[in-house]
Every structure is written in structure tokens, then in C-alpha cells.
Ligand binder design. Structure first.
Ligand code: AMP
Length: 147
């Protein structure tokens, strides 16, 4: 089997993100692959405590979420020594953007959690499932513990 050359790690900021991060790091090392990271700010965001602060009333929510996401991604990217040009923050449909960035950057493996925000109950309708259906490259859904 050929080594993977470019791995894309898709993260939300929910529990167990470290499990996916560590797995992607291990795979990148083992394959001597380039590692990139992506977080997508849903184009219809819902205020959620996982983004940290409470939103003031009149604020442009998407702009605020992008700013917060940049900080969080930067921390993970730093830890993984991923340069900023390979740390993507996109706005739109989560699975669509993950697949698009993968295709545009010759990614050959997407690493994603088996669940996150949508929980185990919605596994089959989840981001992982949608990415698996639409991506042209391999997709690794890292099994996360039941929450
Ligand atoms: P979910 O569909 O929310 O259960 O999430 C499943 C997995 O998809 C997560 O563990 C992440 O790896 C990935 N994911 C979910 N939401 C996002 C997002 N907004 N940006 C990037 N990856 C995401």
C-alpha cells in the first residue's frame, strides 16, 4: 500500500477532539505525509456553549465565530506544526467545504471523528457520513467513545 501524501484533519471543538488530532498526527508521521487542518463555520450557525463566550446581541455571529475558530485552530495547528496556509477556516456547509478543500489540495486521506456535535444517535446522518459519501479520497472516521 502506498503512503498517504496529504492528510486533512477535520475538527470541530467538541469533546474528544484530541483523539482525532492525535490519530491524524500519528498517521502523518507514519506516512511522512503533509498534514492540513480544517474547521468549517456553518453558514447557519447556532449559538453554542462549545464556542466559549456568550454572543452579544447585535454582533455579526459568523464573523465572531470565524474569529474564535481561528484562535482555536491556531492552537491545534501550532501543536501539530501545521503552517497557517494549511490551516483552513471555511464558511458554508461543513461536509461540502471539507470535501472541496480536500479536492482542491490533492488530499488523499481525510481524518474525521465518528461523531461530534450531532452525537452518536445521528451517526448515520452525520458529517462523517456525508464526507464519506462525497469525498473522492479515503476517509478515516475515528471511533470516539459514546458521550
Ligand atoms: P458530527 O457530524 O457533528 O457528529 O461530527 C463528526 C465529525 O465531523 C467531528 O468529529 C469532526 O471531525 C467533523 N466535524 C464536525 N463539524 C465540523 C466542522 N464544523 N468543521 C470541521 N469538521 C467538523
Amino acid at each position: 500500500m502506498e503512503n498517504y501524501k496529504h492528510i486533512l484533519l477535520a475538527v470541530d471543538f467538541y469533546e474528544q477532539v484530541d483523539v482525532i488530532v492525535n490519530k491524524a498526527q500519528l498517521l502523518a508521521t507514519q506516512n511522512q505525509a503533509k498534514l492540513s487542518i480544517i474547521h468549517v463555520v456553518d453558514s447557519l450557525p447556532v449559538v453554542d456553549s462549545n464556542y466559549g463566550t456568550e454572543m452579544p446581541f447585535n454582533m455579526d455571529l459568523t464573523t465572531e465565530l470565524v474569529a474564535q475558530s481561528k484562535e482555536k485552530i491556531a492552537k491545534i495547528a501550532n501543536k501539530l506544526k501545521i503552517p497557517s496556509e494549511r490551516a483552513w477556516i471555511e464558511i458554508g456547509s461543513v461536509s461540502y467545504e471539507i470535501v472541496r478543500i480536500a479536492e482542491e489540495n490533492a488530499v488523499d486521506l481525510i481524518v474525521i471523528g465518528s461523531h461530534g456535535r450531532h452525537g452518536l444517535a445521528l451517526l448515520l446522518g452525520s458529517t462523517a457520513n456525508s464526507v464519506l459519501h462525497h469525498a473522492r479520497c479515503d476517509v478515516l472516521a475515528v471511533r470516539l467513545q459514546n458521550q
